[in-house]
Ligand binder design. Structure first.
Ligand code: SF4
Length: 467
């Protein structure tokens, strides 16, 4: 009896800590590993997050064609197999939980996730949750409400088996084969499909109470750079909570490389994003990994008025952010109310000065939103803008090999690639070697061989004999 009480007390003590001790240890390790050039006061890796995670080799196949496509040529020759998927997801997530602690964002990514049956898809998400991940399904969005409903609901009881779904919908005019619009003549032509995607999740929430978080992903090439702003303007009220843009890179399937992807700079893409957002975006307030890889601007809208979560020019906001990180680090705010209150209280107890700074920041944030009265009249909604710039395979391969040999390349381009790989914020687990691999290296170095092996393990079914 006494032992049981003591064990529960110990559990409670850990649960109410702002940071789980496994996460605190993982963040400290990540911070130690980071190269010096990214250890800046605004760096979130190793302080707030261990980084994003993604699956690999679990369902490489896709039924749309993208130009470019980051998957290797043989991806479509691998059969989608639910048992394989769930087994591999479990193995990879188990490693990620062990090395990176709980509460990290992980993408269930292939391939096209909705080629899995709803039951296998749900089982993969449940496995991720069981390993302490916050899963997001990456999809082209070309599926029906019946699939979504079957994914969310338990087929036996008809009640939700997943209370919340997080999806990233990839929509852009370089994708071919979408039902109803095989070839989109422009980005605007895809807007009804973007809207339909959001509406399916709204309906699921209305009918079954399953909540959602939706991100919009879009590859940017010379063909659609001038349409980025229009996509944001037309779609930012549809229900997406994040717009993420990926300037195209020469990576993956070479036969799908169409244009001169280096014809424009990341800066130009960001300017287009800001044009669409209708405001300057404060991406320097927080940095995740290397700024050549990632820009993230947290903020939102009240009506048409954009507000940044942190003003990167205001030293008081940055001072609050520093205190917040010291008090709460990687704390998970998605917790039951009582637990959240206990964690917040412990953070304040450890660092009381965070409280007046938080109050000051909240006041400034309310003013950026237009004042408290305006906020009460029209509540704000959060919207995050992201630009993620993958690297070209021709640079990643030698850079990755040099890292494995413990060398620093003399070639400035390869050295820069090494620096970015070492500060990577998007990793994939390799349980067979107990290593974590940056997604750029995964797609440039590992995918081709991995898919060849999977082709042998999971060959496509031979065509049915004709009668
Ligand atoms: S190294 Fe590649 S995968 Fe990692 S953050 Fe940079 S661009 Fe993304």
């Amino acid at each position: 009896m006494f032992a049981r009480l003591a064990a529960r007390a110990r559990e409670l003590e850990i649960e109410t800590r702002p940071e789980h001790p496994d996460l605190a240890a993982a963040l400290a390790r990540r911070w130690d590993e980071l190269p010096a050039h990214v250890k800046t006061p605004n760096q979130m890796l190793g302080r707030r997050t261990a980084g994003c995670e993604g699956t690999h080799g679990v369902f490489p196949r896709c039924n749309l064609a993208c130009t470019p496509c980051y998957h290797s040529r043989d991806a479509n020759r691998v059969r989608v197999d639910g048992e394989h998927t769930v087994r591999e997801v479990n193995r990879q997530m188990e490693q990620l939980r062990r090395e990176r602690g709980p509460g990290q964002n992980a993408q269930l990514i292939g391939g096209e996730v909705t080629l899995l049956s709803p039951d296998d898809h749900a089982a993969a998400l449940q496995a991720m949750v069981a390993h302490g991940r916050k899963p997001m399904s990456m999809s082209h969005g070309d599926f029906d409400y019946a699939y979504l409903e079957a994914l969310a609901l338990d087929p036996r009881s008809g009640r939700p088996r997943l209370e919340h779904l997080s999806f990233a919908g990839h929509f852009d005019s370089m994708m071919y084969g979408r039902r109803g619009i095989k070839r989109a003549a422009s980005e605007a032509a895809l807007n009804p499909y973007r809207k339909r995607f959001c509406e399916m999740f709204d309906r699921l929430e209305r009918e079954h109470g399953v909540t959602h978080y939706l991100a919009h992903n879009m590859t940017v090439t010379p063909r659609n750079l001038d349409q980025v702003a229009g996509v944001i303007r037309d779609c930012r009220d549809m229900g997406f909570r994040m717009f993420s843009f990926q300037p195209a890179a020469f990576i993956g399937n070479q036969s799908r490389w169409r244009d001169e992807y280096r014809a424009f700079s990341s800066e130009e893409v960001w300017q287009a994003i800001e044009q669409g957002a209708g405001a300057r975006l404060h991406h320097r307030a927080l940095q995740i990994g290397d700024s050549r890889c990632n820009r993230t601007a947290y903020g939102g809208y009240r009506g048409d008025r954009y507000f940044p979560l942190f003003d990167e020019d205001d030293a008081r906001d940055l001072a609050f952010l520093a205190q917040f990180l010291e008090a709460y680090g990687g704390m998970d705010f998605a917790a039951p109310k009582a637990l959240l209150a206990a964690r917040l209280a412990r953070g304040i107890g450890a660092r009381p000065s965070v409280l007046p700074r938080a109050a000051g920041w909240a006041g400034r944030l309310a003013r950026r939103m237009g004042g408290l009265r305006a906020v009460r009249r029209e509540p704000p909604r959060a919207l995050t803008y992201v630009m993620h710039s993958f690297m070209d395979a021709r640079d990643v391969r030698p850079a990755w090999e040099a890292i494995q040999r413990g060398e620093v390349s003399e070639d400035p381009a390869i050295r820069a690639t090494q620096e970015r790989l070492q500060a990577c914020s998007y990793a994939m687990a390799h349980p067979e070697s107990d290593t974590l691999v940056p997604a750029c290296a995964q797609h440039s170095v590992f995918d081709p061989l991995e898919n060849l092996a999977l082709m042998r393990e999971l060959p496509q079914a031979p065509p049915a004999p004709s009668a």
